[in-house]
Structures are given as C-alpha cells and as structure tokens.
Write a protein that binds this ligand. Sequence first.
Ligand code: C2O
Ligand code: CU
Length: 518
Amino acid sequence: MIRVTSEIRCLWLLAAAGVVCGCGRGAAPGSPAQGQASAGPVAGASEVAQPSGWDADLAIPPAHDLNPDPHVLEVALEAKPVDLEILPGKKTTVWTYNGQLPGPLLRAQVGDRVIVHFKNSLPVATTIHWHGLRVANEMDGAPGLTQPPIEPGAEFRYEFVLKDAGTYWYHPHVDSSVQVGRGLYGAIVVEDPKDPKAFGDDLVLMLSDMSLDEDGQPLPDDNGGQFGNLFGREGSVLLVNGKMVPHLKVRAGKQQRWRIVNAARARYFNLRLPGHRFVRLGGDNGLAARSEDVYSLVVAPGERADAVFTPADPPGSHRVMQWVPFDRGYGSTFNRPREDLLAIDTADAPAVTPAQIPVELRAIEPIVVTDATQKTLAFTIAIDNREVVMGFNGVPYEHAQPIEARLGETQVWRIVNDTDFAHPFHLHGYFFQVLDDTRIPEWKDTINVPSKSELSIAIKFDERPGMWMYHCHILDHAEAGMMGHLHVIDPNAPAAAGSASLPVHAHEARRGGDDEYR
Ligand code: C2O
Ligand code: CU
C-alpha cells in the first residue's frame, strides 16, 4: 500500500482548493482561496472555531445524565413509537428511543460506568444490544442466549463499564431487521482524553435509510417478499442522523472528525466527495495503528469509520455529498443512480491551514496464532421450498450448534463467502484482527466479506465466558438464518452456571417456527 506523506497531503489540498499548506513552507500569498488580495498571515485550523451553528442540523441530542458522579452515565431509555416528520409535511410513525431519531447520543470517557434504565413501550418484545462494547455476557442483549426478550411494558436494567475508546452503537436484537429498520438505533462515543486535538471537532454521523411511500408511511416489513430477504432491504429514503440531506457548515481547511456509523439494515455507504480525501483514523474499536489517506470510506452495515474530513471547497461554495452505489453483489449496482446524502456549505471566510494528523496512532499487538484452533465458517444461501434459507455452513440459526471455545483460547476463523452477495460479518463480545498484511492493523467487530472471497480473523477469548452471537449484519440475512452462536466456556466455572443454562433458542420472537426449516 502506498503511504501518502503529510507533505503530499498538504500539496494535494493546496491544489484542490487553494487551501494554504503548513508543511513548514511559507503561506502562498494571494492564494485564490483566501478570497482577498491583501491576505495577511493565514490562520491555522487550531486558531479558528467551526462556523457558528456548524452542526446545528446534525448534532444528536445527548441522553440526560441522571447521575452526578462524573464517571457514571446513568440514563433512561424508552423504546416507543412516535410520529416524526421525515418527508417534508408528512408524518411517519417511527420506532425510537426516547422519541428521537437516532436515539440519544451516549457520550462518556473510557473507564466510565453506564447504567441504562430501559423500558419497552413498543407493541412487541425487544432487547438492546451494545454493538462493539465489551460488556459482560448477561448485558449483551441477545434474546434467548443472554436474556429473555423484554416484553411490551416491561423494563430491564443494563449496566457496564466502557473498556475501549471508539464509536459504537446500540440497537435491538429481536426481529432486528424490522426493529432497526423502523428507527431503533443510537450512537455511543467513548472518548479517550489522550486523543490529539488535531483530529478536529467531533461529529457523529449515523447513516441509515427507511422504506417509505410518498405519504411517509412505512412499507410493509416484508416488502419485496423473499427477494427482500435475499437482497436485503434498502430503504428509498436516505437518512443522516434521521434527516434527509441535512446541512453541515464547514470552513475551508478547518478539520472535523467524523464518527460514522452505518445503522442501515442492508445498505452499504461509500462516502466520497470529489476534490477531497479523508484521513481514516480507524473504526470499530477506535484508532487503528496508523492513519491513512483515502479517497472513499466504505462502511458496511454495522461497521464504523473514524476519519478526519478537511473541507477543501472554495469559501462560499455549496455542494452535496452523494451516496455512491457500491457493488455488494448480484445486481446491487445495476441501474442505480447516485443519491443526495449530505449538504456541505463552506463558510465565506478565508481558508485556514489544516493541522497535521499524526501517522502513528496506536500500538496494536498482533494476536499470536501459532497454536490457534482453526474453524471455517461459510456464509450459505439455499432456496428451500421457495423460501430463502440462509446460514453458516449450510445450517440456519435455528438448527445451529454453538462454536465452542475455552476461556483463554485463541482461534482463527476462516470466513468463506461463495455466495453472490457481500456479507458484513459481526461477532459479539470480542474484537478480532483480520489476518491480512496489506491492511493497516486495527481491532474490528464487523468486517465486510465480498462475494467470492474469504478472509481469516484471529480472536483471543481471553475474558467474559458465555454465549455470544455472530451473524451477517445485513439484518434481513441475519433474520433469514445467517446467525450462529459461540460458547466461550470457563473450565473452572461450576457446571450449569451462568448464561449457558438459558435455553439455547433465540428465535422465540421471530416469525415462524422451526417447522418451516425442516
Ligand atoms: Cu449490531 Cu448482533 O449486532
Ligand atoms: Cu449477509
């Protein structure tokens, strides 16, 4: 992989927008982006603020903290339907946390404790899964594995400590393609006070979509029938933080740190903006080993991307970042146009010199795999009696036996995708490393596996025994059976203790029963 040095980075920015570079050279006097012939010294990014109201259209209101202890974030979350205006002038019944789309932002620092008083005011059972957080097994929200589904009207207390900095999210794990698709998702930002300030002001972007008709009414949950299951349902309305094409205000050269979460049930997001590059910092588990200059950020469902955005349009310009079709397999880009996603308004103020982004970000020790146990997991799709049945190694979730691991064991999972679609593989409870020297080392919990490809991941089951799930994060695929479970066994634990004594059937809340797969 070609490394782009910060000097090239700066030259490129200079060329793209006349943003003056601070690579140790003098400022280019009279550079067109400054817009003024008599330009004095150009300010550095750290010396100016974002334009006023820069994120007013996008900021996700935080959850109200009920606890005075600065190291405890204690919040109430209620899942409930509310009517919101998504299409202009139309009401849409959205399933929300606390009436907000996305749900309230949970922001805290690494090491803090989170307590969530959850109430289910939906007409159906639900749970909350804390995607990517290393919580104790009984807090993982996997119905039938770690807790019974939370029935309508019932409450549940979640509590955990934030072990890792990064960008995470929360969503239901019961009938998830329907529940997430109707709006139940929220972001979690775990800050590390040691992160360099040069990364810029932080902006959470939760990307999603919704299937609405022109009156704003949600299409039936099973729209498209078996084809919907097979392709995964992409909604017609693109949403950034619950809004269609919201506006972001920027100042040329003034960096922003974008924390991007793909909360869509099936859609991939491929972010790019002509004339711009991103400095990717990492994703699922916070910082990667090194930063990287990229032209586009592909974020698969469930994944996160953490990247510095440096506005490089001339002052006073307006433009729209578009969703770009991404080939996730069979016919997924055929005849599909680009779609507007996010409006970017560049303030009419002189460009500033972007701050330097460090290249070395974090030490990531490779997992030692010499004595690892090998497993192979193949995504599989079968058409059985006109019903699409998905699974791993030919077995749908209903009939799957758990993969076993002993506490402390390291395993290598070879993940094979011979199907015609890409699948984002997600594991609960543990971060893994992709065994691929061409990638910058980082910790992942969700990884895209393109059609007709395979990759291997290394996982160390070093703590928190119990029953954990893995699945495709195209949620229609997961619900069609592309899920499995993992039993991390503590050999020293008394037999039958802990979550493993719960019934190993997570499908009570799903439509249909075992019979349809026999
Ligand atoms: Cu984000 Cu099991 O899921
Ligand atoms: Cu899939």
